[in-house]
Design a binder for this molecule. Structure first.
Ligand code: NFE
Length: 454
């Protein structure tokens, strides 16, 4: 007789997520089901609004990755207008995005993921917690906990860099269709340069080191939570002269294939929607139908040419040749740390290239009707906004596919599970009351259910 484990809620993520797994007699996961709870309705809220509003409304999908939604909504409007931002605007956006990626990856490693591996001090919110399979020595644990606390300060400093250029953080103001409304002064650039050494020092000498230490002490996790090698990346960190840090690309079973946006579809057989299934996001519909059988989640199931794809730091670092490891829980942790280091190395160059007191905003007019697609990479992976406007330039359709929608998607219409569901299958659970292995796998993807149920 097999048994069932339910974790509800899965904590140390953003949003409301439930996991249910069926185990076989050997306590290995046979089947898994990820449920995103709590519907939001953002795609319908946007109808009848102006594209400029989408930049601010979609940021409210999430307090963790609002900048990604601001950039993506902005790019959708700019594509509709046929507008290309100037070099200064691209640099400012790259600095905002870079500082926020660094802040977000530090958040994930220290505050969301690391407590799966250390026995923390007996204080809230670190306790109560699972306490099995904790392998670090007392000395190592003390250092990691100290870095956990320091990481809170470093995150704030990275977010202050964002706020200098973006007006505030979270839910930024300066990224808009037409460029960036901030013309950074000498004093502001000087202030950013003052923050960078402290942030970079922490990334290079603490976060990077701690992630590698984790990967040595828990090296068996290179074999646990394995993905199937389907990796998806959109382009991100657009820079002057058509350069970008990440190029769009796709690997299927670790083999390079062409990524064709027109081959993306969203399936809803196993989601709580009564809208037609298998639609391209440019024709997508969102009609909520809570409890509709056989649905079990508010996430739709996006697929490329009918297949599920993992997205996130591991995907974009691998697709772009910056990471040459495998595809497992620990590879996700390491690729995220490698990416943070890569961005920390580039950030000062972008700051150095800023021209003080130069504005980078153009007042652009949008056509009364048309379509636009905005794509970028959020910290958790490929993010796309598909916008359609009609009747006086108001939004008539808006469809969003977030990274976690790819990763935590349910079964598609053919019954093929999503990437996290697949990564959990085959995992041996040592202790039914503390299924820490399952949590570590889920956390390696850094899911955000707020984004994915939108
Ligand atoms: Ni709410 Fe988000 C990121 C986006 S995740 S955190 O990164 O887009 O699906």
């Amino acid at each position: 007789m097999g048994s069932i484990i339910t974790i509800d809620p899965v904590t140390r993520i953003e949003g409301h997520l439930k996991l249910k797994v069926d185990l076989d007699d050997d306590r290995k996961v046979k089947k898994s089901y990820m449920t995103g709870n709590l519907y939001r309705d953002f795609e319908n809220i946007l109808k009848g609004r102006k594209p400029w509003d989408a930049v601010h409304i979609t940021q409210r999908i999430c307090g963790v990755c609002p900048i990604s939604h601001a950039i993506t909504a902005t790019k959708a409007a700019e594509q509709m207008a046929g507008f290309i931002p100037d070099d200064q605007a691209l640099l400012i956006r790259a600095i905002i995005q870079g500082a926020y990626f660094i802040s977000d990856h530090i958040l994930h490693f220290y505050h969301l993921n690391l407590p799966d591996y250390i026995s923390p001090p007996n204080i809230a919110p670190l306790r109560p917690a699972y306490n099995r399979d904790m392998r670090f020595s007392a000395n190592q644990t003390e250092k990691l906990v100290n870095n956990y606390v320091e990481a809170l300060k470093i995150r704030r400093q990275a977010q202050e860099v964002v706020a200098i250029l973006a007006g505030r953080m979270p839910h930024v103001m300066s990224i808009v269709p037409g460029g960036v409304t901030q013309a950074p002064s000498h004093e502001q650039i000087h202030a950013i340069k003052g923050y960078l050494p402290v942030i970079l020092d922490f990334v290079f000498n603490k976060y990077y080191h701690d992630a590698h230490l984790l990967s040595q002490v828990y090296a068996d996790y290179f074999k646990i939570g394995k993905g199937n090698g389907n990796l998806l990346c959109f382009s991100a960190f657009d820079l002057p002269r058509g350069e970008s840090v990440f190029r769009q690309g796709l690997l299927t079973n670790m083999e390079r294939e062409s990524l064709r946006l027109q081959d993306i579809r969203e399936f809803v057989r196993y989601a709580y929607y009564s809208s037609p299934t298998g639609l391209h996001p440019s024709h997508g519909e969102t009609i909520p139908a809570y409890g509709r059988s056989p649905g079990y989640t508010w996430l739709k199931a996006p697929r490329h040419r009918g297949k599920p794809y993992e997205t996130g730091p591991l995907a974009r670092m691998t697709v772009n040749g910056y990471y040459r490891g495998g595809c497992s829980s620990m590879d996700r942790v390491l690729a995220r740390a490698e990416e943070t280091k890569l961005l920390a190395e580039r950030l000062p160059q972008w700051v150095h290239a800023l021209v003080p007191d130069v504005a980078s905003y153009t007042d652009i007019a949008l056509p009364p009707s048309g379509t636009g697609v905005g794509l970028t990479e959020a910290p958790r992976g490929a993010l796309g906004h598909w916008m359609e406007c009609s009747s006086g330039g108001l939004i008539s359709r808006y469809q969003i596919i977030t990274p976690t929608c790819w990763n935590a998607s349910p079964r598609d219409d053919k019954g093929v599970p999503g990437p996290i569901e697949q990564a959990l299958v085959g995992t041996y659970v040592e202790d039914m009351n503390q299924p820490i292995e399952l949590l570590r796998i889920i956390h390696s993807f850094d899911p955000c259910t707020s984004c994915s149920v939108h």
